[in-house]
Design a protein around this ligand. Sequence first.
Ligand code: GAL
Length: 848
Amino acid sequence: MASKEILLLVLCWGLVVLATTSFGANVTYDHRAVVIGGKRRVLISGSIHYPRSTPEMWPDLIQKSKDGGLDVIETYVFWNLHEPVRNQYNFEGRYDLVKFVKLVAEAGLYVHLRIGPYVCAEWNYGGFPLWLHFIPGIQFRTDNEPFKAEMQRFTAKIVDMMKQEKLYASQGGPIILSQIENEYGNIDSAYGAAGKSYIKWAAGMALSLDTGVPWVMCQQSDAPDPIINTCNGFYCDQFTPNSNNKPKMWTENWSGWFLSFGGAVPYRPVEDLAFAVARFFQRGGTFQNYYMYHGGTNFDRTSGGPFISTSYDYDAPLDEYGLIRQPKWGHLKDLHKAIKLCEAALVATDPTYPSLGPNLEATVYKTGSGLCSAFLANIGTNSDVTVKFNGNSYLLPAWSVSILPDCKNVVFNTAKINSVTLVPSFSRQSLQVAADSSDAIGSGWSYINEPVGISKDDAFTKPGLLEQIKTTADQSDYLWYSLSTNIKADEPLLEDGSKTVLHVQSLGHALHAFINGKLVGSGYGSSSNAKVTVDFPIALAPGKNTFDLLSLTVGLQNYGAFYEKTGAGITGPVQLKGSGNGTNIDLSSQQWTYQTGLKGEELNFPSGSSTQWDSKSTLPKLQPLVWYKTTFDAPAGSEPVAIDFTGMGKGEAWVNGQSIGRYWPTYVSQNGGCTDPCNYRGAYSSNKCLKNCGKPSQSLYHVPRSWLKSSGNTLVLFEEIGGDPTKISFVTKQLGSSLCSHVTDSHPLPVDMWGSDSKIQRKPGPVLSLECPNPNQVISSIKFASFGTPLGTCGSFSRGRCSSARSLSVVRQACVGSKSCSIGVSVNTFGDPCKGVMKSLAVEASCT
Ligand code: GAL
């Protein structure tokens, strides 16, 4: 080998080593910040939960996080996935934690590993494997020997795995922080003294694992030293850690909120989210994590609850499918840049708070060496206020923070969005079923009926009504409660026959009641009350009558003190009530026969491979308990794919044998209570901003591209209530070809245009920038442009009372044919259409 080549090889190898081990650093902390390799850092973090997407999606999600200005990716570790059976581990595919951590490292980002192992997270059973429940004498999350032994074993297992792969920063890896437990402080009072000693034990146990990086406990004001107690919430600016030696850290800044089946869709305006972040850094914070940065999907039966939907979109900066959500992603990216311009001053000193006036707050970080950064906040919800600071005046919109990296120039205001807005578009296509005319009447579908009642050999009989979770061990959502009983011909109940009522009380979560093989009714709980009480009018016949009650869970409880004790299923009473003469037959303590799961689950119908699929007879529609199967071609292109289940009732779906989760398009949210658009000014809460009222909570269900082949894919559904599978369609989602921006003449200059050193150069006036979302697109037309007082929002802009006649031609000339363009928002560019009035420029453009 020539020496030049050797040199090149050595150089390349050096680069690889550098790329993967550039983290090699001691991580400590002090009062001001997390300290990495001796340097205090301002860190912007975001949560991505690896099993809520696919390994094929991970690199892109991580890259978009990096591009959005994140330094750290945070994830929980999901015990129930990794140890489904005690001592049998699974770290494959979507569960490949090591691969995920390594991909984050390759992108040059750090990791915060929240081991828990209790995680909450709207995840089934809060992340605990169900077998834990069956360990004799166990009590979860308290000073209980059997529990502590299991928690320690799993935590140590994960730490060892990370150490073996050299993934801690102390070993040259990306992991700079780990979390033990999760928000125990919110509920510990219910555990009394044992709760206090449990937390001490958990802290000691974690520390003994010797990771070489700091541990945190969130929402745990008594976290023992040296564990850092951190804050979770919509705002954490008022939080102070429990020791002056610990930095102020925010582990969960909820970027939106989770969706429940039966609920409306929550969203959080980015102006408020940015306000919360800026307030936190203003008041001394130096580490902040978005929960979630990418929410993703609860595939399979992983969603918690009960009633957590399959989508875990969370209104996060990256949407469920991994597409950037604009302007949220872009506005936060600008915010992160602005904060980073202040980093040197922020980590160097404590702030001072010169007084500005009521509802106003100025904060100054000024160092002896001449660095100065400041934040100016207006926390009033109504009025914009002009303030004087250091001899200059600043207009502070209500509920906003301005960031001044040099204590003089505003580079960012949380309420003024420079980023583009993209309205995503959906293309619909019918299911390209491989039309075989022999399929059930040429529909392309075949089916199998799931038997009503007991059909499996492992069914068993017991007197009385059993709690469901103990009975099924969550091997399935379904538990049959079946009873055959004789009704005597002279039974008074029969006298007023049709007025008999079947009364069932269940702890939840849903129930389908069949009498003599026919569905007589269904009942559901909701996310606020899982219990189900039903009274179905029924008709009984003299002689033998069969009662088959199908009870089902929709995600196991994941939150609250003693949450693992929340039962489910029909705990009774089950009664027959006659309306006329007050007769009442209680069936509760009879000999009930139980079956966990469905026949089709036992026979692995989800794989599609059974020989029982019927493609010859008429396809049953709107009938309960039917398995459906079809073969289809993937929608063309590479855009993310979803199935629209409109037309179906409730069930679960599998694509090529992989569960895409529970579907339930018939669970519609209540009509009232939505606010869309929502006023971002004022404190946010999880039900403040809701959309989609009166509509299905979720009708689109993500099918990851990597689960699809170009043709010959199998889709299997199990429908509980009744639906018409021929109504199912595909949707692909793309960042719309339309992009908008609306910038006022009082907006700060885009943060990109500021120098990153301390000498910030003032450039003239605000600028409106457009950039096509996809690399191979150019701006092809300008649909709307008005400089003056334009009205409306993206997609519905209109001219106001004043508009420059040059608006359209100026914007066209600057933008059409280019991938991106920037236009000065000022009278210099457009002339002055109305003197003395605050003006803005609104543009809607198309990319092709
Ligand atoms: C927190 C919890 C998270 C998640 C969040 C709500 O209390 O720590 O795991 O459940 O609430 O999305």
